[in-house]
Design a protein around this ligand. Structure first.
Ligand SMILES: Cc1ncc(C[n+]2csc(CCOP(=O)(O)OP(=O)(O)O)c2C)c(N)n1
Ligand SMILES: [Mg+2]
Length: 604
């Protein structure tokens, strides 16, 4: 069966099929069951009909029925369980997997408390527009059937209310037939652009009850109709004419899939228009950053960070995350004509304001830009093709002063050479000029919701999807981020998911030191107190040991840039042999001047 064709990865793409070496793990004794007998068997069977390879979970009695069905009815295959130490990891792993593949896997979380742990990670996935099928549980909803105390505290009248503001849809089906329908609908909604998490809450009694009679078989594919989101012809012509009339076109290359075809189409469009292209480190790579038309990838697009915007007469946003924010410096009535191609408005709601400020728009195309850009190129014609010459991004020869994240970038680049790698996460203070993206899988984007702690889990999920791809999965995490999500490492080690973690360890929640510095300056108070309540010292935490404690190989702390290359080489050898490596790098507390300036400008 296939998810809808508007889903961002082709469902027939078997390069993301379940991994054989993982499939060999945690094999149950065959239970010899070949027909569904309980409500939860129907749920499990539907997950299989949906072609979902994995279900990331932290266990809980509220879904013991489903747990049993996956192990003993399905044989822990299609989907296979990925045991996680924390629900936040389970969701983040599903998030990271979707970042690479464009399609949803499942996650299961225990009745209300598990979901409460899961919420921040679900918010991250929502803001990042990444699909996942989250299964929870409650009840028994019928009160007399509850066990004393525990079933009562873990039953909530409206559990979905916890996550309704940052999911596309939720449901609490009360029969196996309704549960099957809910899973089909949820998968269809989650995978249809704009994508996002859905939540399905399974009544414990419904899961555990015997099936009164078998459900009539259905062809699941017929319940997942493809949703066409291409542009109407007249709007396409209008946009093409406007773009052709532009003397200085700027393309804001926003949310996009990891597929190569739309990537090539964006290059063709930029070259046909001789347009400057801006990208965004908040989201995955969307344009080659060494292309002569690339104009920068700042996290915060302003006239200062992207001067090309000031001179633009036509601006094309391809689902840019914060279009109004990018245009803010041009005033409330920018003279440039604005074209927006996005479906995002379809899921804006009253709870979360991740929809950002309202941008002025002259031509609005309600479509998935991945499906429109090639049409635009055809409409515009060859135009003014321009051959992209190799232009290595500034890799300044001079050694940067001190020991900063820039050293991590430089040294990692040197050690990797031309080897394909995917950056699965980057720390907040990363600068776009430190790394070149030449392929959509070179970078999968940030956590989406700025929820610190997402980095490790998202990286493990991305690495799972990348296993056997020939790409090295590299997560570069801040120490705060690593510490909050560190137990995702156990899941990576346990399921033999190779990944390199490099920790930019400034022994601080340093981003917030900057905020305290700013407060002190604004209030004329002592700036030197900014570290209090921020520094993670006395004792310093041994981050490599936290990796080792979970079966990873730990390196460092590396306190001298001269020793970094050797540590990275050893760590990569571990990953090449199928392992997980953590390199703790003691960078100095402090951001580069450019980063500090960008942050203070943004907050002023
Ligand atoms: C869950 C959560 N808690 C707190 C914050 C506020 N916050 C933003 S950045 C940051 C510091 C992150 O520390 P680290 O990962 O070490 O990166 P650094 O700032 O040191 O570069 C914090 C605490 C947040 N965004 N998310
Ligand atoms: Mg830090």
């Amino acid at each position: 069966m296939s998810p809808p064709s508007s889903a961002r990865a082709r469902p027939t793409d078997k390069s993301f099929a379940a991994d054989a070496s993982i499939a060999a793990l945690e094999r149950p004794r065959p239970a010899g069951i070949n027909a569904p007998a309980f409500g939860s068997d129907v749920v499990a069977e539907t997950l299989r009909a949906l072609d979902i390879p994995y279900i990331a979970l932290t266990p809980g009695a509220s879904y013991r029925g489903l747990h049993d069905s996956i192990v003993n009815y399905l044989g822990n295959t299609s989907p296979q369980m990925l045991l996680c130490v924390h629900e936040e990891s389970a969701i983040a792993i599903a998030h990271g997997y979707a970042k690479v593949t464009g399609t949803a896997i499942a996650a299961a979380v225990h009745s209300n408390v598990g979901l409460q742990h899961a919420t921040m990670a679900m918010f991250n996935a929502w803001c990042d527009r990444m699909p996942m099928l989250v299964l929870g549980a409650t009840g028994p909803v019928d009160a007399p059937k509850r066990r004393p105390w525990i079933d009562w505290i873990h039953t909530a009248r409206d559990q979905g209310a916890l996550i309704r503001g940052y999911t596309k849809w939720d449901d609490q089906p009360s029969s196996p037939g309704a549960a099957r329908e809910a899973l089909l609908r949820g998968s269809w909604i989650a995978n249809t652009a704009p994508q996002g998490p859905v939540y399905i809450n399974l009544d414990a009694e419904m899961q555990e009850a015997k099936l009164a009679e078998p459900l009539p078989p259905i062809d699941a594919a017929r319940y997942l109709p493809p949703v066409a989101t291409a542009a109407p012809a007249e709007l396409l012509s209008e946009a093409a004419a406007l773009l052709k009339s532009g003397k200085h076109v700027v393309i804001l290359a926003g949310r996009a899939s990891r597929r190569e075809e739309p990537w090539q189409a964006r290059i063709a469009l930029a070259e046909a228009l001789d347009a400057s292209v801006v990208t965004d480190l908040k989201i995955g790579a969307s344009f080659p950053t060494d292309h002569p038309l690339h104009a920068g990838a700042p996290r915060d697009v302003t006239l200062e960070s992207v001067p090309a915007l000031r001179g633009a007469d036509v601006i094309l946003s391809l689902d840019w995350v914060d279009l109004a924010g990018a245009l803010r410096g041009l005033g409330p009535a920018p003279s440039a004509k604005i074209i927006q191609i996005s479906l995002d408005h379809r899921i804006h709601n009253g709870w979360s304001m991740d929809y950002q400020a309202l941008p002025p728009v002259d031509v609005f195309i309600s479509a998935d830009p991945d499906l429109v850009v090639a049409d635009l190129v055809r409409e515009i014609g060859g135009g003014r093709p321009r051959v992209a010459e190799e232009r290595p991004r500034p890799a300044p020869d001079r050694e940067p002063p001190g020991f900063t994240n820039e050293h991590i970038a430089r040294t990692l680049r040197q050690v990797l050479g031309d080897r394909p790698a995917t950056l699965t996460h980057l720390p907040l203070s990363w600068e776009d000029r430190w790394w070149t993206f030449r392929h959509p899988l070179d970078f999968v984007g940030s956590d989406g919701g700025a929820g610190v702690g997402g980095g490790p889990g998202i990286s493990v999920g991305a690495a799972l999807a990348l296993k056997n791809s020939g790409r090295l999965a590299v997560a570069i995490c801040g120490d705060g981020d690593y510490l909050m999500g560190v137990t995702a490492i156990w899941t990576a080690v346990h399921y033999k998911i190779p990944i390199l973690f490099v920790i930019a360890n400034n022994r601080s929640f340093y981003n917030d030191e900057l905020h305290q510095e700013r407060m002190a300056r604004m209030r004329a108070r002592p700036v030197e107190n900014k570290w209090i309540g921020q520094r993670l010292t006395d004792p310093e935490i041994d981050l490599a040991a936290m990796g080792r404690a979970q079966g990873a190989q730990g390196f460092g702390p590396v306190g001298d840039p001269a020793n970094l290359a050797a540590a990275l080489k050893e760590a990569i050898a571990v990953v090449d042999s199928g392992g997980v490596a953590v390199v703790d790098v003691h960078v100095e507390p402090g951001y580069t001047a450019a980063m500090t300036a960008a942050m203070t400008r943004a907050k002023s």
